[in-house]
Design a protein around this ligand. Structure first.
Ligand code: TYD
Length: 395
């Protein structure tokens, strides 16, 4: 049974940025953002989903290569995988713009990416790229052409797919008996701990805890044998998964450690989420209060990093251009477009974007370290960042 614990209101599709021309011509699509807890599997998911085809298309703007932190994390990871697992054939589900796959040899790698704009990039780089959504038909097609795969990797993608049983069935079909599956996604424990309710939006259909993922995998005779904490996306977990019948790989103690940590926190209990919901409501009022106060004292406020996550915050907190003049972002496809559901425009990031700015709302709070380093000069001159995690404050 799925029990609702959070309502974030009527929300636009997070990565659908409208140009100035389209804004008043094309009607924006909205959905009701509600989050629930499955009492059986302990899985946290949004309750009303949007079809994949409406989200991941040829104009999908998100590019992993926009952050040095992500590129560095992918590079380190690929070195580790090659050393530890020596993959014969490495399959990436959701290869985006090739930020990870570029660390692997072309003849040993396969990309799966439904968004045509990104698939085009990895094709151009010379990688075998299947421009499809991950499902059984595709798994059959790949297995027929290339045989079984002994290493499957997927970052921030599996949680974007509604039917997890179908995903795992297709993975089971193509994975060799001693093969491994590695997935990484934001950690529910971190999300709840730091109050990052902006992790909830139409693309993030599920937010995994180790406990819920364990339950979902169990049905498919798969198990987690190692788990690593990552600093990406505000705190993620990288899960290493194998077939239960594969006894050659031992279960690392990190799995039990994370399990106990989550149990102690109560991530498998509904009452934690009810508490979280109250905190989110108070976060909304606090953030608005800070922005209104600064605006009333004639401060210039912009947004920094037009993340998909920010869409949830701005729409839930009813923040418009009366409070935040505009956002700056490095992603080419977001420039001169509106933040979904708002009248706030995104401008191209420039080295002096923070010149004469009093405050910048940190949309990309998950890259705080990288951004603070980059903007040291302006921070020293008095420009300040505003964040909503772990609670709304001026940094
Ligand atoms: P990200 O937090 O990865 O994801 P999501 O959109 O899924 O919430 O997005 C980071 C955004 O911030 C992306 O649009 C690029 C932008 N960005 C900057 O503009 N400057 C920076 O220095 C960094 C690190 C990111």
């Amino acid at each position: 049974m799925k029990k609702k614990f959070l309502s974030l209101g009527r929300q636009p599709f997070a990565n659908k940025y409208q140009s100035i021309q389209d804004k008043y011509k094309k009607k924006e699509q909205f959905y009701d953002l509600q989050v629930g807890f499955d009492t059986k599997t302990k899985l946290v998911s949004i309750l009303k989903t949007v079809p994949s085809k409406k989200m991941f298309d040829k104009n999908y703007p998100y590019r992993s290569s926009m952050s040095k932190t992500m590129l560095w994390s992918f590079k380190k990871f690929s070195q580790f995988v090659k050393r530890k697992f020596k993959p014969e054939l490495f399959l990436e589900i959701g290869s985006n713009d090739g930020s990870l796959i570029k660390n692997f040899k072309k003849e040993k790698a396969i990309c799966v990416e439904p968004c045509a704009n990104h698939a085009k990039i990895t094709k151009k780089m010379g990688y075998r790229t299947y421009q499809f959504y991950w499902n059984m038909n595709l798994a059959k097609k790949i297995k027929k052409t290339h045989g079984e795969v002994n290493c499957i990797y997927s970052a921030n993608t599996i949680t974007h797919i509604h039917d997890l049983d179908q995903v795992l069935k297709s993975i089971n079909y193509i994975l060799s008996n001693d093969g491994i599956l590695i997935i990484e996604d934001p950690s529910l424990l971190e999300c709840i701990k730091i109050g990052s309710y902006d992790q909830f939006y139409n693309e993030h259909i599920h937010i995994f805890s180790l406990i819920s993922l364990k339950n979902v995998l169990n049905k498919h005779k798969l198990e987690i044998f190692n788990v690593k904490k990552l600093f990406t996306h505000g705190g993620s977990l990288r899960y290493f998964i194998k077939r239960k019948k594969n006894k050659k790989i031992r279960i690392n103690k990190s799995v039990k450690k994370q399990f106990i940590k989550e149990k102690k926190f109560g991530i498998d209990k509904f009452k934690i989420f009810k508490k979280f919901s109250t905190r989110v409501n108070s976060s909304k009022h606090k953030l608005r209060k800070i922005l209104v106060r600064l605006k009333n004292s004639k401060k210039k406020i912009i947004g920094y990093g037009a993340t998909a996550k920010s869409v949830t915050i701005l729409n839930y907190c009813k923040i418009d251009k009366n409070l935040i003049d505009y956002f700056v972002d490095t992603t080419p496809d977001k420039i001169d477009k509106y933040i979904p559901g708002t009248n706030i425009i995104i401008k191209k990031y420039k080295k002096n974007s923070l010149k004469n700015i009093d405050y910048a709302f940190l949309g990309a709070w998950n890259f705080k370290k990288e951004i603070f380093k980059k903007e040291k000069k302006f921070l020293n001159k008095g420009c300040k960042f505003i964040t909503h995690v772990p609670y709304p404050k001026i940094l």
